[in-house]
Design a protein around this ligand. Structure first.
Ligand code: ZN
Length: 402
């Protein structure tokens, strides 16, 4: 349960909190002494907020632990990611609109390409296009396994989500992707006896899928990853008394929001401006907006330092539109670091900006960047302490004790 001690302190004063999350925001210098992506980016709006507010840096999971995006988001939402383990399959399936109930077993599916001996030649089926993959997913939707129910939905390109429903299922099943070419997909195998039925059902489903895809030149195989169920997390509204909404382009982030009980706002477009407009359109309906920007992380994983800085600049340019909503608290941070230099997620602490004109104690930092945040007034703190800070700065917590 997120911060149980907060519950008696909560009041509803109508204030608005915005969590603007730039995925993988934290970075590293490419040259010794050089700037990080965030320090390199021209961010006059964020710098002004940094000067008026307070900076700090978060530790997503524990020091030295490199997080996936799922647990890193849970931490920001106040759920200890060591205590609450959520399979990525459950996040992705929920995010594309498949229902995942407690006891269901969800997974992420990848199309892959197999040679005549059944060995993988391309783990992503040549990144088959959405247009080519969607009809294949429709074919997979026809597979029936006696006694249980499968739901399948396309995500994008070579990826789909799948949910198994039935009695006596459990999700202790390792990935079937061997993580390299030249090997056959692994059998679906339970790592605990209680997951044997689910593994057997999934294996039957995979065998049938292989038959249905046998003649496909590009995508004649399947791998499954991230098996998981609904972790039955305490809901955001119960924990914090906030009506919360998610504005995100990518399914996984909608999924993690829905699992904690946020509503998902649907909108067209995929730019920061589109996302801020979506929040504006629902301003009266919610107290808390989680706005997710994905491309900082994507550019970091591509090793594109300039590209990541440009994504940050694009968010900064759109920021006045978000400020027009006059949030009482605006948090700008990331879920983890994705330094372009490393081309992957990392364990480094994450830049954190808190702007709350009525209540923030400003520090001496005047720019938003890793080294400014390391010297900021909020210090270095666990990401799961973000929500109490947000609530306090929104005036939503009364005094603890007499
Ligand atoms: Zn992430």
């Amino acid at each position: 349960m997120p911060a149980e001690y907060l519950r008696p302190l909560l009041i509803d004063n109508g204030t608005k909190i915005v969590l603007l999350l730039l995925d993988g925001l934290g970075g590293l210098p490419v040259q010794p002494g050089g700037p990080t992506e965030l320090e390199h980016a021209a961010t006059p709006n964020m710098d002004r907020l940094a000067a008026e507010g307070a900076l700090g840096q978060t530790v997503p999971i524990r020091p030295g632990v490199t997080p996936g995006s799922g647990p890193a988001h849970l931490a920001l939402f106040g759920y200890d990611p060591i205590e609450h383990v959520v399979g990525r399959g459950a996040l992705e399936a929920t995010g594309v609109g498949l229902e995942v109930r407690p006891g269901d077993v969800a997974a992420r599916g990848n199309f892959c390409t197999l040679d005549a001996h059944g060995r993988i030649t391309d783990r992503r089926a040549g990144r088959i296009s959405t247009a080519d993959a969607a009809p294949l997913v429709e074919r997979l939707q026809t597979i029936a396994v006696p006694g249980v129910e499968f739901s399948v939905r396309h995500v994008r390109e070579y990826r789909f989500a799948i949910v198994l429903r039935g009695d006596g299922l459990s999700d202790e099943i390792p990935d079937t992707d061997p993580q390299q070419t030249g090997l056959a997909p692994l059998a679906v195998a339970a790592s605990q006896p209680r997951a044997e039925k689910a593994a057997a059902c999934y294996q039957q489903w995979v065998d049938r899928a292989r038959e249905l895809l046998a003649d496909e030149p590009k995508a004649n195989g399947i791998t499954l990853r991230g098996f998981g169920t609904d972790p039955v997390l305490p809901k955001f509204h119960d924990a914090y008394g906030l009506r919360a909404a998610c504005v995100a382009v990518y399914p996984m982030y909608r999924g993690v929001s829905q699992l904690v009980g946020m509503d998902v706002i649907h909108f067209g477009g995929d730019t920061p401006k589109d996302e801020f407009a979506a929040a504006a359109a629902h301003l009266q309906d919610y107290d808390f907006f989680f706005i997710h920007i994905k491309k900082t992380d994507s550019k970091g994983e591509d090793g594109d330092f300039e590209g990541k800085a440009q994504v940050i600049e694009g968010v900064d340019q759109a920021l006045p539109q978000l400020l027009e909503l006059q949030p009482d608290v605006l948090l700008i941070t990331g879920d983890h670091s994705t330094p372009a230099r490393m081309k992957t997620h990392s364990w480094h602490p994450v830049p954190f900006l808190l702007w709350a004109p009525a209540r923030a104690l400003p520090d001496q930092q005047t720019r938003f960047g890793e080294r400014f945040c390391a010297l900021g007034g909020l210090g270095t703190f666990p990401a799961i302490e973000t929500m109490p800070l947000a609530l306090a700065h929104a005036g939503r917590l009364v005094k603890y004790g007499a």
